[in-house]
Design a protein around this ligand. Structure first.
Ligand SMILES: C[S@@+](CC[C@H](N)C(=O)[O-])C[C@H]1O[C@@H](n2cnc3c(N)ncnc32)[C@H](O)[C@@H]1O
Length: 341
């Protein structure tokens, strides 16, 4: 959550009476307050009923002074609200931070804490060198806990985004076979298969990533590299969710050409990613720019404009590239194209 300055405080920041970068210095501390709240079970406890800090510290076995200080900070940041000494969840916290809530994103906290404490501390070096010291997927394959937390985060996002994405995928009539490249946790395949009982899917990903995949009788997990290994042939649909931003232009061109070969005539490729473009507001644009920087830090990657993706698709032999925004969110857009029948 951001700081919520009142008009006087906002003016003090704007006029530089107060150093505005303090919001960023202390933003890191706010992030850790959020992580602590989730790790200590405070959001889950408050989901049951409003409680005082003293009651929370007693039931969760926490230090009373520490709990009181944390609860004041969480209230200031907008995660909880205090009334007559009792804390309750704010509406966003109830939606996004309670274990088991349909849109719960607390899984992301462990991954982002790790990411911020490792990759992001090397940002200056990455910007100087133009590439990360250790590519992210080399790190995840060597570190099961990093891989687990990353897959848990992307799966949580996917559970939120996949239903609308799956509804927007034009599965050809009589289709049977799906290839999910870099499908990891397999949530996109699971969601598509739930809509189409005649489909089965192969999820191709690196070995450690597949350790997080949910088993399903119509899903085959295949360990390998989509850059180096044979993709197979005769697919009706190929899914490429959140992998294009991690590829160089040369890798993307090569992979899309191989995907076109692997599809049967009339089959479709579906790229799910963020596309650079006019953002609805400054906050959305800044989040996209930070995400773009994150892809640079992690994998020398970047966010492309849809026009660039369209060119790549056409060059690879696809027809009718089209841009879809089933969630109306810059965080989850689709590029769909068809292999000529
Ligand atoms: C950002 S995640 C996306 C996961 C999932 N498709 C989603 O959208 O939530 C990228 C995935 O690509 C996988 N990946 C990266 N390089 C790969 C490669 N060369 N071959 C196969 N999978 C790869 C990673 O292991 C990871 O699971």
């Amino acid at each position: 959550m951001p700081l919520f300055p009142n008009p006087l405080e906002a003016a003090a920041f704007r006029l530089s009476v107060v150093p505005p970068m303090l919001a960023d210095y202390f933003g890191v501390l706010g992030f850790h307050a959020l992580i602590a709240g989730a790790r200590l079970g405070i959001f889950d406890a408050l989901a049951a009923h409003p409680q005082t800090a003293a009651h929370l510290s007693a039931t969760l076995d926490l230090d009373p002074r520490g709990t009181a200080a944390l609860m004041r900070a969480l209230a200031g940041l907008g995660y909880v609200r205090e009334r007559r000494g009792r804390y309750r969840l704010t509406r966003p916290s109830r939606a996004w931070l309670v274990t088991g809530a349909p849109a719960c994103l607390t899984e992301g906290l462990e991954f982002w804490a790790r990411n911020a404490a490792t990759y992001w501390t090397d940002l200056a070096t990455t910007v100087r060198d133009g590439k990360p010291a250790v590519p992210f997927y080399t790190a995840t394959e060597a570190d099961p806990e990093l891989s687990r937390s990353f897959q848990a985060w992307t799966a949580a996002l996917a559970r939120h985004q996949a239903p609308a994405a799956a509804a927007a995928i034009p599965v050809p009539r009589g289709a049977e076979r799906v290839l999910d490249l870099g499908g990891g946790h397999a949530v996109y395949s699971l969601t598509l298969l739930a809509r189409h009982p005649g489909l089965s899917a192969t999820v191709l990903d690196l070995p450690q990533a597949l350790a997080s995949a949910e088993a399903h009788p119509r899903i085959t997990l295949r360990a390998g590299s989509f850059l180096d290994d044979d993709l197979g042939a005769g697919y009706d649909v190929v899914l490429m969710f959140n992998i294009l931003h991690g590829l160089t232009d040369a890798e993307a061109a090569l992979l899309l050409t191989r995907v076109c070969t692997a599809l049967r005539p009339g089959g479709v490729v579906v790229i799910g990613d963020q596309f650079r473009g006019p953002a609805p507001g400054r906050a959305s644009r800044t989040l996209m720019d930070l995400l773009d920087l994150n892809y640079l830090i992690a994998i020398s990657g970047r966010i492309r404009a849809f026009s660039e993706v369209r060119e790549l698709l056409v060059a690879a032999g696809f027809s009718r590239p089209r841009h879809r925004r089933p969630l109306r969110s810059p965080a989850a857009e689709l590029a769909i194209a068809t292999k000529r029948a």
